[in-house]
Design a protein around this ligand. Structure first.
Ligand SMILES: [Zn+2]
Length: 128
């Protein structure tokens, strides 16, 4: 699995393949548009009911990060996460079948840009 994960990342640190919903065929991100970032925050993602707790953690190893919502091909947002530190942290879900969370959108820190994070181990990849 580790070798496979490495190959998901290009030399430039972007996603090497199109990123799809784990449940349906919805295209979330086209290849090359997101940057790999290590999972830094304490935000926990509830498990997707259809995914195995032994394979999927609350805190993914790394995320695909984009700074512009327009970078997504398809994405859905939940209502603000209850009980989160910030009232406006939102989970990301599939725009077509609603499965999720596949990532999250933390509230930007003061003066920092927006960031949208997709958990790399919760999505599927299309090898073209
Ligand atoms: Zn879907």
């Amino acid at each position: 699995m580790e070798a496979a994960k490495t190959q998901l990342v290009t030399a430039e640190g972007t996603n090497a393949f199109n990123v799809h919903c784990p449940s349906c065929k919805s295209l979330i991100l086209k290849k090359g548009v997101a940057q790999k970032v290590d999972h830094q925050t304490a935000v926990e993602l509830p498990l997707i009911p259809t995914q195995s707790p032994t394979k999927h953690s609350l805190a993914p190893t790394y995320n695909w990060s984009v700074s512009d919502m327009m970078a997504f091909e398809n994405i859905g947002f939940t209502k603000p996460v209850p009980g989160s530190n910030s009232s406006s942290t939102r989970y990301l879900s599939c725009a077509d079948c609603d499965v999720g969370p596949v990532g999250y959108h933390p509230t930007p820190a003061e003066g920092a840009g927006k960031v949208y994070l997709v958990a790399a181990d919760r999505v599927r990849y299309r090898v073209v």
